[in-house]
Write a protein that binds this ligand. Sequence first.
Ligand SMILES: Nc1ncnc2c1ncn2[C@@H]1O[C@H](COP(=O)(O)OP(=O)(O)OP(=O)(O)O)[C@@H](O)[C@H]1O
Length: 654
Amino acid sequence: MNDAGDQSGRDAEDHPASNPEDRPASRAGGRPGSRASLGVRGGLPVAGPAQTRKAAVRLVRLDGRAFGAMLVLNGLAAVAGLGAPWLLGRIVDEVKAGASAGTVDRLALAILGCAVVQLLLARYASYVGHRFGERTLARIREQFTERALAMPASVVERAGTGDLTTRGTTDVAAVGTTLRDAGPDVAIASVQALFILAAVFVLDPLLGACGVIGLSGIWFASRWYLRRALGAYLEEGAASSALAEELAATTTGARTVQALRLEHRRLMACRRTVEESRRARTRTLFLRSVLFPVVDVSYAIPVAAVLLVGGALTMRDPSAMTLGTVVASALYLRQLSEPLNIVLQRLEELQSSGAAFARVEGLGAAPGTTPAGPASKGPTSEDPVSKDPASEGQGRISGGAAAGGSSVPVDDRLEVSRASYAYDGGPDVLHEVELSVRPGERLAIVGPSGAGKTTLGRLLAGMDAPRTGSVAVGGVPVADLAPGLLRERVVLVTQEHHVFLGTVRDNLQIAAPEATDADLRAALAAVGADWFDELPDGLDTDLRHGPHHPDGARAQQLALARVVLADPHTLILDEATALLDPRTARHTERALAAVLEGRTVIAIAHRLQTAHDADRVAVMRDGRLTELGTHEELVAAGGAYASLWRSWHGDHAN
Ligand SMILES: Nc1ncnc2c1ncn2[C@@H]1O[C@H](COP(=O)(O)OP(=O)(O)OP(=O)(O)O)[C@@H](O)[C@H]1O
């Protein structure tokens, strides 16, 4: 199992790129509305308009019956709503013709009936609409989670967790509100508006034309608004992400900030992103402040036009148009303001949630994830990548990634060939590393701090691809393997280990859902987790909080037990036993080695005892592999390793 929690923690602490001072003030990039800005923002991609529309249509299709039912019910409610103005027009004409009070009462009763039917239908339609919204939101959430989990850790690291968090919280919530409220409201209101306009045309085409011309101001204002809104709202979303990123970086790196006296610079950087966010929000506010006043004025124009034109025609020739028709038309157009208001007010929400949806959908285009996860077919927790071998490895950012997308390694041999690597366009930190690790070998990598051991470990684990050269398993570049395939082959274990909410069993079965209690106990025993026997409820002991919450060493043993259960053929231990006391560490390493008999173990070691116990030792210095051989060979060679060994082992060196 490639435990992302395990992998990322150390990097966040140690690597300069994770240092708040080294982060760019804003990863947002792009200017509002520009083409480029629709492509990649905040480090992660943003779906383009066509892609977003396609995704929306796909979601609607998945619950097509509910969506269709909502539209039909709304249509019926709108028809019932048309009754009242027409009946009122009839009352005017009947009164003018000297009808009895009984006729007027019957017509008034019919108006009441129409209102009740409309109310009931609209209620039911919104119930169906809300259910549709909730189900669709659940699908979006599941798809988001699956895509986020399928993303290679290196992509998340580069994009920054702030962006991912904002998309998973603020953006998904915005889409949810739209699906629950704005979406159904706009659907209802649009159907009503269409029916009302049609009714005016049926009553009198000329008055209908007056209404449409009178409404044209709204059309122009809306077009003006819509052209600018998407870019402006995308900009606003990106600014929010950058702000979240900046604040998160500052707070998580607070100690570093204080230690290096960077408070002032951090404050300045935060002020810049706050200012960018304010500017983005002011722009969307400006767009709204133009749209709404224009719309308010525009509502009165069609009503006035119908009354003026209709009144003049009735006075000139009462047989051409009755007063009832004019009254009914004016009432219809007056009634039109209500659904149009809803559409226009919600338009803003639709725009901002459209931008939010584009950002949520953009995750599907992130390197290393599949374009459409299985969640789109309904709630499921399957791994989208492993379900779709044809798209394995698609779109990785790493160099030369496209090639072996669906290739399966022919064997378990790891080959590093003239691999050089640089972080984000910086200088090379690995130089033409050449290394071949045979299956079952135990290799220790040693060297001073900053020599490139961790970086080499990341390349071997497929978290990144080399800038030049190759790192391959069984002939396939490791970074090209789909996450599912990669997990079965190489697992990287670092110092940081995450304890998931739940019991011991929950924490272990993540790696092997089918494992029996006996398997779980055996895995714990294999990593020397003796403390497990003292837990009151055994595998069911709740680890969340309280006395049984595991400390660092126990959390590490749990993570190692997960690895035992995941059973990969190659294990890369990056100081994986560093938190254990030396006796427990040795015990764990031995136990682990016994369990992983016949598997490859690459240990990035600070303790030279680990190197002594390994089959071969690789010594690194300044990004180069300087010595490679068995412990005895290297000691005999009298190079850097020999002097390291002598100084570590003192007079007892051999
Ligand atoms: N995320 C990063 N961005 C930029 N440079 C990095 C990053 N991580 C490491 N480096 C640089 O790459 C070089 C190799 O670092 P690496 O962590 O691989 O060395 P190491 O031998 O594992 O060191 P240590 O034993 O201290 O962990 C160092 O110069 C380091 O500053």
